[in-house]
Design a protein around this ligand. Structure first.
Ligand code: GLY
Length: 255
């Protein structure tokens, strides 16, 4: 069974961090509706959704993925690259301690969960505006003893590695090659997103289903390869420079 930890969006999301995008007004009522639909989609894909309350003091706190990296052996509590997000991690740590032993990464090392793409025992970490080389080294020191191999992936032009690259399955990636240096990922088959849809590479695989935002050309590309796609509108969260993976922490193989 997969457990999906989510946090209800706060009205302060309109003041969220932005790195590459210009600020556009976020319709909070619409964001709340889209978030409820997102949770319903997770449940429909078989996840048990655990809902954490909104925290207005943290505008970006709906993006729980950045606060922790979950492995079978432990949950690594991150040191987010944005100062406004640093204290969010304690909220996640309190909850995750129920499911996994905790390990921590401490500043000046920085790492956001959105920069971490795990495929089996291989862990790819974006070297980005949010994650620094010390953050990658600190993660490696924690998980290498469990047999994980950690590689850095340069990210340019988007917030996180998973903004520009996610996994469709254990050997196929969906990617925006303009944003991610794909050289460290050369062992995988790469499906490029439709060029007119630069944010389309952030999809969330849950069970056998690929949740994807309404980017029609990229959805067609994925479906043509035989994947089952569940389209879902998260347009208000894309204005906050986020994607489908950002809004949940998945804990897999729970009894
Ligand atoms: N607005 C998402 C982030 O900057 O973390």
């Amino acid at each position: 069974m997969t457990l999906a930890l989510i946090r209800v969006p706060a009205s302060t999301i309109i003041q969220c961090e932005l790195t590459y995008l210009a600020r556009e007004p976020i319709d909070f009522t619409r964001a709340q509706q889209q978030h409820r639909a997102y949770c319903a989609a997770l449940a429909r894909c078989g996840a048990r959704v655990v809902t954490l309350p909104a925290r207005a003091e943290f505008p970006d706190s709906v993006f729980v993925e950045d606060t922790a990296i979950i492995f079978a052996e432990c949950a690594v509590i991150t040191a987010p690259g944005a100062l406004s997000r640093r204290a969010e991690v304690e909220l996640s740590a309190a909850e995750l301690a129920r499911y996994r032993p905790l390990a921590r990464i401490a500043s000046p090392a920085t790492i956001d969960g959105g920069d971490v793409l795990r495929i089996g025992k291989k862990v790819f970490v974006g070297l980005s505006q949010r994650t620094n080389p010390a953050g990658i080294d600190a993660l490696r020191a924690i998980i290498a003893p469990f047999g994980y191999e950690v590689s850095a992936v340069p990210v340019r032009g988007c917030l996180h590695l998973k903004t520009g690259c996610t996994a469709l399955d254990g050997h196929t990636l969906l990617a925006n090659p303009d944003w991610i240096d794909l050289a460290p990922l050369r062992e995988f088959e790469i499906v490029n997103i439709a060029r007119a849809e630069p944010f389309a590479a952030n999809v969330l695989r849950i069970g056998a289903t690929i949740l994807a935002h309404l980017f029609p050309a990229t959805i067609r590309l994925i479906e043509q390869r035989g994947y089952a796609v569940f389209p879902i509108d998260i347009s208000e969260f894309i204005k906050a420079e986020a994607g489908l993976t950002c809004m949940s922490l998945l804990i897999e193989n729970l009894e």
